[in-house]
Design a protein around this ligand. Sequence first.
Ligand code: PLP
Length: 469
Amino acid sequence: MERGEIGEQLARVERWIEEYFAHPERYAVVSRVSPGEIEAMLPAVAPERGEAFDRIFGDFERIILPGITHWNHPRFFAYFATSAAPIAVIADALAATLDVKVMLWRTSPAAAELEDVVMRWLGKLIGVPEGWTGIIYDTASIGGFTALAAAREALDIGIREHGASGRDVPVLRIYATAQTHSHIEKAAIALGVGLENVVFVPCDAQFRMRPDALHRALDEDISAGKRPLAIVATIGTTSSTSIDPIAMIAEVAKRHHVWLHVDAAYAGVAAIMPEFRHIMEGVEQADSFVVNPHKWLFVPMDCSVLYVRDESILRRAFSLVPEYLSTPEQGVHNYMDYGLQLGRRFRALKLWFVLRYLGAEGIRERLRSHIALADEFASWVEAEPDWEVLAPHPFSVVCFRYRPEGMSEEEAESVNARIMERVNASGEVFISHTKLDGTYALRLAIGNLRTQRSDVEAAWRIIKEKAIG
Ligand code: PLP
């Protein structure tokens, strides 16, 4: 692409992005295409000759956009609602332009050192213990896997050298709850622990891990000769955003000398608000901690941070330096040493731009507004006799359902599933669902930069209409 051409085309894209961020609500929030529809519009093979930008961009608008579900839409209330701050989009364009691979310090000293600095900034803002090391991964699933791999290395049972098969190795156990995110089970598969060795510790009525039950499970396993690998506690579980009692769990972990991993992928950023700092109590006794700026910190996919108490264990687990990558620098982070990936995207740049552009106060203001909107939504649900809130809502997610008097549990499940389908088919609002102790629940998650009270009001109006209409 020639010099003038880059500017011309970027200007066109810039206008498009500006318009998109100004009016994401012009699109249906949930894509309405049928399976296979987008594929059918695309050629079966890549073009032999290069095509003009106009044609490519035209097809982006004509073919791709109709198949997009708009996470940036102010009425996206499903899963964990997230959104990209435009400043981070600009940062990502710069990162793609530089196209550095943040693997060795020398493959871009600024990228490695900015990651060091931004990890300390974020850690301080949310109260990660002093001296812990933060590393950016693509997702919490990978950060969680990496933490558990480090926990396995810390057991000193020779898996790095000798593997986990063909010799006498203890049965390893991971302790979680039914509310723990499923990536922990995937990590158990990938680490050779096995799904049957993920122990689901019972929860209390508010979906929080019971430390007494954890204690008992550990005692029983240890007496039976099994080896605890790690306990996974969550601040802000995926379904209901419940908060496990970290400090009490940390006591149990300490007594049994077990690695404690804290998954705060969604809710960890809430600790930036002094009134929420208490959610971090006990983390100082843990071994690892995950928080996702790409969830509730307005950083676009992907940007997840793993903090570890002792980075040397991560290096023990993952560092492997072939000759062609050996370098002499001392006292620097060669980030390839901390996980499976060699080349890594320059993700610190967009986090740096967001933290500077919004500032801690700007972030607090936005999170508080989401939490206030969720509280208000819950109060509307509670005020209606045919509706109920199904779990505490400490952050910005509300689990609720329609259940008029006399409706059986089975009927409530199918009725609420139908409500969700009809709401989402409207194209106006996108909500999701879960099950809490077997009870089908609708979920409304607020986390979008552009969501206003009027959007939440509209969601409640549409949900009620679809329940009776
Ligand atoms: N942990 C929790 C508590 C989550 O809710 C999620 C996803 O919603 C994850 C981990 C996985 O996040 P990621 O998509 O970054 O892997």
